[in-house]
Design a protein around this ligand. Sequence first.
Ligand code: ZN
Ligand code: ZN
Length: 802
Amino acid sequence: MNAEGRVTVVDAVVEAKSGGAAAIWTYRASSQVRAGDALLVPLGPRAVIAYALRVYEANEADLGFAVDQLKPVIDRIQGLDLPRQLLEVVQFLSEETLSPLPVALGVAAAPGARERILTTWNAIDAEPQHPLSAAQAEVLAALRAAGSLSQTTRKKLPASTLRILKILEEKGCVVRRREALPAVATRAEAGLLRLSPDGAKLEQFLKREGNRRPAQALVVMRLQGAERAALSREEIRALCGVTDQTIRALLASGLLEATEQVQQTPKIPPEPNRQQRVAIDAIVAAIEARSAESFLLYGVTGSGKTEVFLRSANEALRTGRQVLYLVPEIALATQAIAQLRERFGERVTILHSELPPGRRLDHWLRVRSGAAPVVLGARSALFAPLSNMGLIVMDEEHEGSYKQDTSPRYHAKSVALKLAELHQCPLVLGSATPSIETFFEAQSGVHTLLTLPSRAASAKLPTVIVDDLTEGYRRGQPAILAPCLHARMQETLTRGEQVILFLNRRAYSPFLICRDCGLQFKCPRCSVSLSFSRHQRKLRCHHCDYQETPPDTCPKCGGARLSPLGIGTEKVEEAVTLEFPDAIVARLDRDVSRRKGALEEILARFRSGEIQVLVGTQIVAKGLDFPNVTLVGVITADTSLSVPDFRSSERTFQLLSQVAGRAGRGAFPGFVVVQTFNPEHIAIESARDHDYERLYGELILERRAAGYPPFKRLVNVLISGEDVSSVRVLSQQVAHAAAKVDGVEVLGPVDAAIERLAGRWRRHVLIKLEPKADLVPLGHALAPIKAKDCIVAIDVDPYSLL
Ligand SMILES: [Zn+2]
Ligand SMILES: [Zn+2]
C-alpha cells in the first residue's frame, strides 16, 4: 500500500476447467505484474494458474471493500505469459462467440503447465541483514553450497525446508523464481526419420508385404504424401497413430532411415509463372507495408498455391517476423509439412493435438521463446503464442473443420482476420472451391482476389458421368449398381484396376419396418430411426450409439415380415459381392474402423491390390493416394442434398469434388459415376463440370433471396434438456429476449431437426442479424437465461443447424 492507500490490483482469469465458467478474480499484485502474465494464485484451498487481464492501482473506495480482503498473488510464472495480441484475441473470442472469458482462455493457455511448474531458490550473495537461527543458517549454507534448490509440482522439498526458505525470503537472503519446466525429449522422441529414397523398394513393400504389416504400410503411405520430409518419431506416431514398435520395425527393414539433418538439400524451387508472380508480389507488398490486407488465393489443385504461400512466408521470415500456416487437418497435411520442412527446416513447429500434454507444452514454450518462427497446425494453432506475425496462411479455407463445434464455437477465419489486424500482417485464404461467404467477400472487395488459372492440371481432372436413376427406377431396375456404374465397374476390374464406391450412410439399411403394420424401429433416446446392421445382427442408433437385437416378430402386431428399407454401406457391399463374385470387396466405415487396427488393415490391403473394390463412407474420401483407382462410384448423391440445412448444396458439391479427387491420381485417367434422382440439381451439374463459379452464381442468389449468410449473420441458440416442458419454456424465453434486441429477426423456437438426442429434448431459435451487427446487445439479452436442468448453447455463425 502506498501513501494514498492505493494498491496494485490485478483482475485475473482462470481457465474454465480449473476455475469454473464465469469468474474473474481480483488479487493484490506486485507492481511488476503486467497484463498477459501467468500467475500462481490462491483459489479456495488450491493454487491455480491465472492470467492477468488488467493491472491497475485502486484504493478501498474504488474497490468497495477493505484492501485486506484481497488475497495476494502467490507468484508470477516466467515464460508462460501470453503475448499482447493473444490476450486481445481471447477477449475478442469471448465477445465474438458469446462465451465467458474463462472458456475462451481455455484455448490459449499453455497446455498442461500446472503439472510442470519449477520453483527455484537462490541465495543472495550479500551477508544477511537480520540474525538467523541455527536451522536457517544451515539451510542457507546448504543452498550456497548447492548453488540453488528447486522443486517441481511432482517432486517437492520437505515442508520444514520450505518453511525455512520462506523465512529466508522474507529476510532478504533468498530469491525465488517460478517457471514452466520444459520436458526433456528422450532419445526416441528426439531422433529424426525420413522415408527411404528407394521408391521401388517402398512400392514393392506396399504391394507384397503391406497387407500383412498394415500399420507399417500406413506409415509408408502417409509419408509418401510427405515426400521425404524429416519428421521426429513422435510426429510420425501422432500423424499415423502407430506405436514405437512399428517405427522400429520400419527402421530395421530400411523403409525408414535416421537422419541428422532436418532440412534436405533443397530442390531448386520452381520458378513462379506470371500469375503466381502477381500473387506473390501483392502479398509481399502487404507484408512489407505491415498491412492487415486479406487475400483469397483461388486456384484448383495443382495450380501452384503452395509455392505462393512458401515464397510469401520466406519474405515474412526475412523481415524477422513469424508465419502461421493453418490446415484443416494435420494428418492430411503431410505435403504441406514436407514443403515447409524442406524450405525452413528446424524453424518449423508442427502443433498436433495428439501429442502428449508435456510435449505440447514444450512446443508452446518453444514458440513463445521465438525459437520456432513457422507454426503449422489445425485451427487450434491460431492460439499459438506468436508475438510478431508477418503472414497468416489458411489453406482449404472452405473446410468445415475450421469451425469448432464445442464452446467456444469459433470459426478460424474470423479469428485469423482479427489476428491479422492485431499483428498488422496479411492473411491469405486458399481454396479451389471457396465457401460461398468468402467468395462473396472477395467479389465485394473485403478480400483481394488473386486467381491462379488451372494450368495443365485441368487435364488431370476426372470425367464425371451423372446417371439419372429416375427412369430405371420406374422400370424397376436396381438402384444400387445401376447399369452405367455396373458396366464401368466391369471394365475397370477387367483391366486390373481398382474401384471405390462411396455412400454417406453406414450399416445395412437406415430403417427396419414391419411390412404388416408399418411400425418403424426408433431409438428410445433419440428422435431418429435405428439403422439395421445385418452383419452384426443389431439395430443401432448412429447418434447416441444405443443398440438392441432386432426381434423376430413385430412387437406391435406380431407379424413376422420385418424388412430393411433404404441403402447403407453393408448393403452396397452385399450387392457388389452378388454382382461381381470374383472380386474381393471390403467395407470401410465407422462401424468397421472402431475395431482397433481395422482401418490400417483395410487400407493396406487395398493399396497392395489384394482388395479390388472398397465400399465406404467419407473416410475413404480423405487423404491417401491410391494410384490404381480409376473409378469412383457415388451410390447416391441425394443423401447429402436432402439434409435440411441451407448449406446442403454447397456441401454436396464439395463432397462430390473431394470424392472425385480419389479417381485417377496415378498414371491412368479417372472416371466418376454419380447416381442420383436429381440430375439437374445445381450442386450435381456444377460438380460434373468442375464449375465452381456457376455453383456460386446460383447459390449467392438463393442466399440473398432467403436472407442467409453472407447477407445476414446467423446465431443459432440450441436449448436442450431432459424435461420437455422446461425446454419449451426456456426456448420461449430465449426467443422473447432476442426479439427485444434492435435489428434482429427471430425465427422459432421450433424443434431441432433432431428433436430428441440421447434422451434430451432439443429446440432451437435462429436469430438473423445484419452482417456486421454488434453481438454485444444480443449477448447481454441472452446471458441471464438459464435453467438448472437445461443447456443453452449459443452458436454464432453456425456451420450446422441440426
Ligand atoms: Zn407390425
Ligand atoms: Zn439414439
